[in-house]
Ligand binder design. Structure first.
Ligand code: KG4
Ligand code: ZN
Length: 360
């Protein structure tokens, strides 16, 4: 008689840290049975950024329909689930609380284990979804609307931070540049699209690298350089500044050129910092085998292309998430939660929502 295959592990995962209400069911940390994301972009668009109160209210409205869709799409019944995972940090507290409360309620009512997952670690896991596992040690780069950091990643759950932004996150800089150019929100995908027809050499924007060996980032100078380039040097005091011109004075081609030139500056800085992280890990005796990128900006076409080119030069296996797993999603939470499940890292019903990441 043939042996019955080992029972697989199905995890229901929930993500609500910012402005996407998401749920997913993932088998054995890799196979994504469904990935439902209810976006709230249209609610925040007119404010040019995420409004925390509006976000938490929308999560409450969207979370139950999101669950219904998830079970329907995965064709799985709730009693087949082995554990409930939730992104419980970092994020907007009001938003996180909705997902965390829903996860606790399900875990308690169904008597299933509860697993709290760090959202930033989950972004670094996203590239392993629907794919083979990553080879470690790896250089990890998280580039999103709230985070821009480099990590030494030793396993899906173990990593240490090597550097972080000292001001704006790279996604935030993208969103602000889109606001300066008045092209819409969220700005990243729009800037990326316009950059396709722009000249990356049209304007040489500053590349801020900080100290010689620094692995930290700074994007606020670049953002200000774009502002002054588009609108001229302002006169007057802060809060009452008058600019020489407005974004509407630019032609379509000018806008595309600014987008491409900005994107080239961001990419140069990121590539340089990855190289520095590579050298730092190598000289500490931890030669990296892979480069993992995660977070919303990992969807950026220029960054993806530059990362692949850099990987070839440094002989690093480059692991980029599929497009569906770049932006906030619950599949990455469910994938990483499986490794916590295997390591018996469970939480009880006192699991808190925490604004900051757990990675030191
Ligand atoms: O990971 P994410 O969904 O949310 C956070 O955890 O912050 O990232 C959202 C960020 C936004 O700032 C958005 O503008 C940016 O990712 N983004 C992009 C692209 N797609 C999304 N930035 C540059 N190029 C893109 N194609
Ligand atoms: Zn995120």
């Amino acid at each position: 008689m043939s042996e019955s295959p080992e029972k697989s592990c199905l995890i229901l995962a929930i993500e609500s840290s910012c402005d996407e209400t998401a749920a997913s069911i993932v088998r054995d940390g890799c196979e994504v049975l469904c990935n439902v994301v209810a976006s709230q972009h249209e609610l925040h668009e007119k404010f040019g950024g995420v409004v925390p109160e509006i976000a938490s209210r929308a999560h409450i409205e969207k979370i139950l329909p999101t669950f219904d869709q998830t079970f329907e799409q995965a064709n799985v019944s709730i009693d087949q689930i082995d554990a409930i995972a939730v992104g419980n940090q970092p994020g907007l507290i009001g938003s996180l609380l909705v997902g965390v409360s829903a996860a606790k309620t399900l875990a308690w009512a169904l008597d299933k284990p509860l697993i709290g997952v760090d959202h930033v670690k989950a972004h670094l896991y996203a590239a392993a979804l629907d794919d083979k596992q990553v080879e470690y040690p790896a250089i990890g780069l998280v580039v999103s609307g709230g985070h821009t950091s480099l990590y030494q990643v030793d396993s899906p759950t173990k990593m240490k931070r090597l550097g972080k932004t000292i001001d704006d996150a790279v996604g935030e800089a993208y969103d602000k540049v889109a606001a300066i150019l008045e092209i819409g929100f969220p700005g990243g995908p729009l800037v990326d699209k316009k950059a396709q027809v722009g000249n990356p050499k049209a304007t040489r924007f500053p590349r801020t690298l900080l100290d010689k060996e620094s692995l930290d980032f700074s994007f606020s100078g670049l953002k200000t350089a774009v502002l002054y380039h588009v609108r001229g040097i302002p006169k007057g005091r802060r809060g009452n500044m008058v600019f020489e011109r407005s974004a509407s004075d630019l032609s379509e081609q000018d806008v595309a050129d600014v987008c491409a030139s900005f994107q080239a500056a961001v990419s140069d800085v990121v590539v340089k910092k990855i190289k520095r992280a590579y050298e730092a890990m190598k000289s500490a005796g931890n030669s990296p085998k892979s480069l993992i990128i995660g977070g919303g900006v990992s969807a950026n076409s220029k960054l993806r292309q530059s990362a692949i080119e850099l990987g070839e030069k440094l002989s690093l296996e480059v692991r980029l998430p599929k497009m569906a797993y770049c932006l906030d999603n619950a599949a990455m939470i469910g994938g990483l939660a499986y490794h916590q499940f295997l390591a018996n890292q469970f939480d009880d019903l006192s699991l808190p929502a925490i604004a900051t990441t757990s990675i030191a």
